[in-house]
Design a protein around this ligand. Structure first.
Ligand code: AMP
Ligand code: ZN
Length: 468
């Protein structure tokens, strides 16, 4: 299996530190609002990575944090006149609901930054002892230049960074030793939440949170560290500096980053106001359409969001859903139980699509091609099944479509909204059955629909239907 590693800027063979196990950390959201669909992209793509690893038989320890103390949370709390904790716990709950709707599996552990302050203070102490950090009047900074490999992830060199930071140096606002040094601990301002520490009552910097939570729940060395591409610098670069300076070990073996979700070809972000929340999208589409839309692109390609693209994602997904529904329908009325020899041969042919699916996923999680393989399987299924097909063959095809779809976390079993066109197709089948005087079949179709809450009405203008 090949994965693209931001560290080496290459696809590398995936070899976990410990055979059969994968330790994976994904930077989670800062919780001061509903998540937008850009935030949903890393959740969906790395959940899919996890699902594929699990399908391959790895035991995945998946940790993803919530950043629940931050300037933006504090600002929102002031605005509403409530505590920062009230804001963060509210939006953590809402975020979990969105994740569930998008079929993102709960992490093995979702640590909250505010519950891990002791560990962070401990890590900062270690960094000070090792000479990698220093305290100036209650603020603790990381001594960036002391970490020789600084810049290795973002492929930036220190000279360029330094010239870019000169303005800071002359501004006189900072009392740090070097403009490249970054904050590990900052003293509180009036009215802010704070914790005791040897340096001041205050709170940790954002980067140290992930270094500590990753170490605590996964250990000093992990397999995969992931997040959106905006996190490469400075967040992940700083995490590497902190963790490797402190632990004296390589932090993460593979660094995976998703590209951005854009809107009208501009970055979707909260600060610029051009964003849709997952909730906004749910008003018009089922959340599984959003997941399907996202996985139709490779995770390292920028993805432009538009209603047209969502509509076409919805229509494509419907093709799978309809095929699944049709298989179930045929299974219910199949007379022949065992697979015929011909069917056995045909079923063997479908391993081709499974192979294609796996090869796509093994190539740096190419979900777009993996979905194409599912479509080929669906087409094959539609072509080879019919009235006289055996139950065993139908069931085997159904299982295969369901299992590949579930590796991508795509739910393809019918739900109301998706079924409109399928209902109409069944009504057409019923009309044909009546024409052929197969009244038993016609009744069976009508009863089947009724079971799903669809009521048919025969009127002079034709068959009308409504939901019960
Ligand atoms: P934040 O809450 O801003 O820290 O973001 C949480 C996660 O969402 C991070 O991994 C970000 O990189 C990612 N992210 C934010 N905006 C987008 C976007 N428009 N497209 C893709 N990923 C994003
Ligand atoms: Zn992080």
């Amino acid at each position: 299996m090949k994965v693209y590693n931001t560290l080496s800027k290459q696809k590398e063979e995936f070899v976990p530190l410990e055979p059969g196990k994968v330790k994976m950390y994904v930077c989670g959201p800062t919780v001061y609002n509903y998540i937008h669909i850009g935030n949903a992209r890393p959740m969906i793509v790395f959940d899919t990575v996890r699902r594929y690893l699990e399908y391959k038989g790895y035991e995945v320890n998946y940790v993803s944090n919530f950043t629940d103390v931050d300037d933006k949370i504090i600002a929102k709390a002031l605005e509403e006149g409530v505590s920062a904790q009230e804001i963060s716990s509210r939006y953590i709950e809402e975020c979990k609901k969105d994740m569930a709707a998008l079929n993102v599996m709960p992490a093995t552990k979702h640590p909250l930054a505010t519950e891990e302050i002791d560990g962070m203070v401990g890590m900062i102490k270690e960094l000070i002892e090792k000479g990698y950090a220093y305290d100036v009047n209650g603020t603790v900074y990381f001594r960036t230049k002391k970490f020789d490999e600084y810049g290795k992830l973002s492929h930036k060199n220190l000279e360029d960074l330094q010239s870019g930071n000169r303005s800071l140096q002359v501004s006189g606002l900072e009392d740090k030793e070097d403009p490249l040094d970054f904050v590990l601990w900052k003293p509180k301002k009036e009215g802010e939440p704070s914790w005791e520490s040897p340096w001041s009552a205050g709170r940790p910097g954002w980067h140290i949170e992930c270094s500590e939570m990753s170490r605590k729940y996964l250990g000093e060395e992990i397999d995969i560290h992931a997040g959106g591409e905006d996190l490469v610098f400075p967040h992940h670069e700083n995490e590497i500096a902190q963790s490797e300076a402190c632990n004296g070990k390589n932090f993460a073996k593979y660094w995976l980053h998703n590209a951005f979700l854009n809107i009208n070809n501009r970055k979707m972000s909260k600060s610029s106001g051009n964003f849709f929340t997952v909730r906004d999208i749910e008003e018009k589409y089922e959340p599984r359409v959003l997941r399907f839309f996202m996985l139709n692109a490779h995770y390292r390609s920028p993805l432009n969001f538009s209603e047209d693209l969502m509509d076409s994602a919805k229509a494509s997904l419907l093709r799978i859903v309809t095929a699944v529904d049709n298989l179930k329908f045929l299974i219910n009325k199949a007379d022949i139980v065992e697979m015929t020899e011909q069917e056995q041969k045909e079923y063997e042919e479908t391993t081709e699509y499974v192979k294609k699916f796996e090869e796509s996923m093994e190539d740096d999680f190419n979900t777009a091609d993996a979905i194409a393989a599912i479509f080929e399987l669906v087409k094959f299924s539609n072509r080879t099944v019919g009235e006289g097909t055996s139950k065993a063959y139908l069931q085997a095809l159904l299982n295969r479509i369901l299992s590949l779809s579930s590796i991508l976390g795509i739910e393809v079993e019918g739900e109301e909204e998706m079924l409109d066109s399928h209902i109409e197709k069944l009504i057409e089948d019923r009309q044909n059955a009546r024409k052929n005087k197969d009244f038993a079949l016609a009744d069976q179709i009508r009863d089947g629909l009724l079971e799903k809450g669809i009521i048919l009405e025969d009127t002079r203008e034709g068959v009308k239907w409504k939901r019960a």
